[in-house]
Ligand binder design. Structure first.
Ligand code: PEP
Ligand code: MN
Length: 338
């Protein structure tokens, strides 16, 4: 339910409404309205009609149901775009956010070389996986905490905030200790225990769309995180699985305008996993900006041929720098900055 307060409602009246919401077994979420306070009450769908009684409370203007199944993620509840601030880097604002780095953290040299190069080319955040969700248990699984330590070193050297994946609810605190943004990989988009745990974390979450996830399911996954109190969710489209085999996945570019209509959360595109081929990354990165994406996540490796994971889709640093220079005028054309 959405509770709209009168413009002259007192703080005491607002508090009384929030207390009542809790008493009825729901969670109040304050939604910053420009002229009036709006409170979202979310919880068990079955008894929600009981919330209608709040309409009679002093200071309340109206109470009405949230029609979308995703409540806190919907534009209905939060008409303005959400801007997520990561150590001073805004995501979802006018500025295009560029997250770049290797698929996996492999060594100090590999990570530092990449970090310095992507920083020089204008990236705003550094990515790198220390816990890798690999299809085969015999493939490289990541350096775990040693990898997180290398990411922290690279951050110290470059100032770039860190984006890294967390796969296990038990490792959220450990990863959050080193990371600035916690990534949920495509394979975990419906790992609801992990999502609930991340809802309690104090760090922004980069939620990747699953390879078989509809936009509605994707937003319901974001809702799991928001419902636990973490408002800082960044959505990432990374391609979905179709019958096509010439690309690793099929980039669902139309999800950008659809998501822009449905949600206030920022949306970024990962053209690396979406295509699986480094030579397709440029065109899909440009398509993403043209479609209105708020940022990009791009895999970069100093020597893709010897990468431990995702070499074929990784750009060499010089190619990444070239791409950045072609994206700048496009961002301007789109009324954004880069
Ligand atoms: C990754 O970002 O390296 C990754 C594993 O991505 P995805 O979860 O989208 O496959
Ligand atoms: Mn990868």
């Amino acid at each position: 339910m959405i509770i709209v307060m009168n413009p002259d409602a007192t703080p005491e009246q607002i508090q009384a409404v929030e207390d009542k919401i809790e008493k009825l077994g729901y969670k109040p979420h304050e939604i910053s309205g420009v002229e009036r306070k709006v409170i979202g009450a979310v919880g068990d769908e079955r008894g929600k009609d009981r919330l209608q009684s709040i309409e009679a409370m002093p200071g309340v203007e109206s109470v009405f149901p949230i029609l979308k199944p995703y409540k806190l993620a919907s534009r209905e509840v939060h008409p303005q775009n959400s801007v997520i601030h990561v150590n001073g880097v805004p995501i979802g604002d006018q500025e295009i956010a560029i997250i770049a780095g290797p698929c996996s953290v492999e060594s100090q040299d590999q990570l530092m070389t990449t970090a310095l190069a992507v920083k020089e080319a204008g990236a705003n955040l550094l990515r790198g996986g220390a816990y890798k969700p690999r299809t085969s248990p015999y493939s490289f699984q990541g350096l775990a905490e040693d990898g997180l330590k290398l990411l922290a070193e690279a951050k110290k050297e470059t100032g770039l905030p860190i984006v890294t994946e967390v796969m296990n609810p038990r490792e959220v605190d450990l990863v959050a200790h080193y990371a600035d943004v916690l990534q949920v990989g495509a394979r975990n988009v419906q790992n609801f225990s992990l999502l609930k745990e991340l809802g309690k974390a104090r760090k922004p979450i980069l939620l990747k769309r699953g390879m078989m996830t509809t936009i509605k399911e994707f937003l319901m996954s974001a809702e799991y995180i928001l419902a636990e109190g973490n408002k800082n969710v960044i959505l990432c489209e990374r391609g979905i699985r179709t019958f096509e085999t010439m690309t690793r996945n099929t980039l669902d570019i139309s999800c950008v305008p659809v998501l822009k209509k449905e949600t206030h959360l920022p949306i970024i595109i990962d053209p690396s996993h979406a295509t699986g081929h480094w030579d397709l990354v440029d065109s899909m990165a440009r398509a993403a900006l043209a479609a209105g994406a708020d940022g990009l996540m791009i895999e970069v490796h100093p020597d893709p041929a010897s990468a431990f994971s995702d070499g074929p889709q990784s750009l060499k640093p010089d190619k990444f720098a070239q791409l950045m220079s072609t994206l700048k005028p496009l961002a301007t054309l789109m009324g954004r900055t880069l």
